[in-house]
Write a protein that binds this ligand. Sequence first.
Ligand code: SAH
Length: 400
Amino acid sequence: MRVPEIPEEIAPALRAGDPPAPAQVAARPLIRRSARVPRSRVRLADHDAASLAELLCKAGGTASAARAVAGKVVRHAFGAEPGAPAPAWDAPALAALGVGAWAHEALLALDPGLSLEIAEQAPSTDDTLRLVLRAHDGALIESVLIPGPARTTLCVSSQVGCARACAFCETGRLGLARQLAAGEIVDQVRIARALAAERGGAPLRNLVFMGMGEPFDNLGEVLKAIRLLTDPRAFRFAPSHVTVSTVGVADKIEPFFREARAEIAVSLNAPDDARRQAIMPVNARFPMAALKEALARSLPQGRRVLFEYVLFDGYNDAPEDADLLAAYVAGLRCRVNVIPCNPGPDPALRPPSAARLDAFVARLSGHGVTTLVRRPRGRDVGGACGQLAGIARLRPPSPA
Ligand code: SAH
């Protein structure tokens, strides 16, 4: 089902900086095009409860009063069910929450609105929906909504572009344009949650940081967003249903587990250093042994790593490569997600045949490794793993 686009005629007035007419806000509280706001005005969704409490302490509150107010505010602003009208954000609304006048000025200086607007929606024939979202400065990022029988998943971006330059990834071709603010990560979820509710089907309950960017290169903002998204007063995502996928920035693994309650996925993609380094430049700085050592040292009790292993035909998909992979992951609590490669920037990297994929999976499972195969979703609209191109997508193709 195609989700209705935001009427184009609303856009020019909003772009000129006019506040939207109340009727428009009421009609589409969450997915309207957002007005431009001065850069200096920080957004409410850039704060988790802890950073909000810190701000309120600076505004004159005691630590305990600041914590109590921050809790009430995140519940009020973000705790409503998807599709509910935008909560009021003014002095009477704060007073009704029991927030003292001392906190009003600091709070009302924060913008509760969305930092992103929908630039394009690309529905796939498999029900996946690729979203192109535009930030206040014109930056474009992509998120992918993936419906499932029990729950819907959102694949979110953590950066505009990416500095990691993996050979098989479209985002890697862009380079890094800028970091996303925590609110821009949260707003991908707010927008997608409203769309998922409109479309019907299972509710959005699962988040994977597998969109554009390397989350561990923007860890502070990613952690703040996760804390707000998993806050039981705010968005209430189960920490076990939030997965952060990293290229393998080994020195960020320990801080990640120290500061977030979420799951980790690690993109391995090759069974040895030589082949990994040839397609993933990060391997020069953090070779596979260092990566494994950091995981073994930091993985909390009872948690598992999800290794992602993209299969490239004739490159890393031989039965002996499955043996090497099994030896590498031995001793770590983990699962391996095998992903047939999607068409990316390097035409030499192709998906294996079904027979080679099956043989690889059987060999890996035969070593006792819990092995899952990730079916490509959204490939027809360029929304599958490694295909998110953001700004490049809306640019006219350059002449060959
Ligand atoms: N930077 C993070 C998250 C973004 S990529 C990371 O690297 O993990 C999300 C997943 O898509 C990664 O596992 C990555 O290896 C995979 N991926 C990238 N390009 C792909 C392609 N062309 N085909 C299949 N998977 C790809």
